[in-house]
Design a protein around this ligand. Structure first.
Ligand code: GYE
Length: 311
C-alpha cells in the first residue's frame, strides 16, 4: 500500500514496512508499558504498526492475525495469551510467507512456525524470586501463598515451576495456597482477601509470591485492610518491576521484585529488519535480562528512572 502511495506521489522513497501487532490487552502496568514502547519503537524506525487489542481473548488474537494476513502485512508480532492453540493460524501466516515474532510469552508449537521469540527467562524469574525468599526467611518456618498469572499462559506456568524449584530443598518453606489472580490488581486483591480469611486472618501466612507486581499491589492493599503490615507480617515478592512496586519497596510494604524490560519490540524489530533485508535468520530465542531489586536498591531513584521506559 505504501509503495503505491509513493508511486502516486512520484517519489522514490522505499516502501515502509507494515507490521501487525496482536497485543493481549492491558491487564498490567508492565503490558501497558510494552504497548507504549512498541508503538514508539515502530515510529522511530518508520514502521507502520497496525495495533489490535485482544481483551485477553485468544479468539480475538486469532482473528487479528487472520486480518493481518489478509491485509498482506510484512510481519506480525504476537504476545500469545496462552501457550496452546496457535498451530493453524501460524500455518496460515507461514503459507502466506509472513514472518511471525512472539513477544514476551512462549507457545507450545513447532518452532518453524515463528521467526523468533523475544522473552525473558520465566523459569529463571521464578527461581530468582524463590531464592530471595529462601535467603530472607533463613531457618524460620514459612507458609507461602501464591498468586498465579493467567491460567495456561507461559509466565504463569514457568514462574510457578521456577519458584517451586528454588524452594524445593528447604523443608521449612511450603506453598499452602495457590490460585490465579489473572495478572490484575483487582483479582490479586480479591484472591488475597480470600487467602487471608481462610488462614486465620493472615496470621498463618508468612509470605506472598505473586507472578506479577500488579497482583502483589492489589494484595498489599488487602493485607493492610486486614490490619497486617505487608513487607513485615507478610513478606511480598513479585515480578515485573513496575514503578508502583518501587514506591511499595520504599514504603517497606513490598520486599523484592524481578525486573523484565517492557522493550521486547526493539530487539524484535532489529532482527526483523535484518531478516527482511537479506534473509538473516535470527536465533529462535532472544532472551532479555532478569534483575532482582530489594528495599536496599534505592527504590525511589529507580521509580524516577522508570518514567522514561514507557511507564
Ligand atoms: O509479567 C505480566 C503481564 O507476559 C511477561 O504478562 C508477560 C507478563 C507480565 O501481564 O505483568
Amino acid at each position: 500500500a505504501t509503495m503505491l502511495a509513493s508511486a502516486v506521489l512520484g517519489t522514490s522513497v522505499a516502501s515502509a514496512t507494515t507490521v501487525g501487532f496482536s497485543q493481549i490487552g492491558s491487564e498490567s502496568g508492565w503490558r501497558a508499558a510494552e504497548t507504549t514502547v512498541t508503538k514508539k519503537e515502530a515510529e522511530k524506525r518508520g514502521i507502520d504498526l497496525k495495533f489490535a487489542d485482544a481483551q485477553q481473548k485468544q479468539e480475538n488474537q486469532i482473528k487479528a492475525i487472520r486480518s493481518f494476513i489478509a491485509q498482506g502485512v510484512d510481519a506480525i508480532l504476537v504476545a500469545p495469551v496462552v501457550e496452546t492453540g496457535w498451530d493453524s493460524v501460524l500455518e496460515e501466516a507461514k503459507d502466506a510467507e509472513i514472518p511471525v515474532i512472539l513477544l514476551d510469552r512462549t507457545i507450545k508449537a513447532s518452532d518453524d512456525l515463528y521467526l523468533t521469540a523475544v522473552t525473558s527467562d520465566q523459569v529463571h524469574e521464578g527461581k530468582v524470586a524463590g531464592n530471595w525468599l529462601v535467603e530472607a526467611v533463613g531457618d524460620r518456618d514459612c507458609n507461602i501463598v501464591e498468586l498465579q498469572g493467567t491460567t495456561g499462559s507461559s509466565p504463569a506456568i514457568a514462574r510457578k515451576k521456577g519458584f517451586e524449584e528454588a524452594i524445593a530443598g528447604s523443608d521449612n518453606l511450603e506453598i499452602i495456597r495457590s490460585q490465579t489472580g489473572d495478572f490484575t490488581r483487582t483479582k490479586g486483591k480479591e484472591v488475597m482477601e480470600s487467602f487471608l480469611k481462610s488462614e486465620d486472618g493472615g496470621k498463618n501466612i508468612c509470605a506472598l509470591y505473586a507472578h506479577n507486581d500488579d497482583m502483589a499491589l492489589g494484595a498489599i492493599q488487602a493485607i493492610k485492610e486486614a490490619g497486617l503490615k505487608p513487607g513485615e507480617d507478610i513478606l511480598v515478592v513479585s515480578i515485573d518491576a513496575v514503578p508502583d512496586i518501587f514506591k511499595a519497596l520504599a514504603a517497606g510494604e513490598a520486599n523484592a521484585t524481578v525486573e523484565l524490560t517492557p522493550n521486547m519490540a526493539g530487539p524484535a524489530f532489529d532482527v526483523l529488519e535484518a531478516y527482511l533485508a537479506d534473509g538473516t535468520e535470527p536465533e529462535k530465542w532472544i532472551q532479555t535480562e532478569s534483575k532482582l531489586y530489594t528495599q536496599a536498591d534505592d527504590p525511589m531513584k529507580v521509580y524516577e528512572e522508570k518514567k522514561d521506559l514507557g511507564y
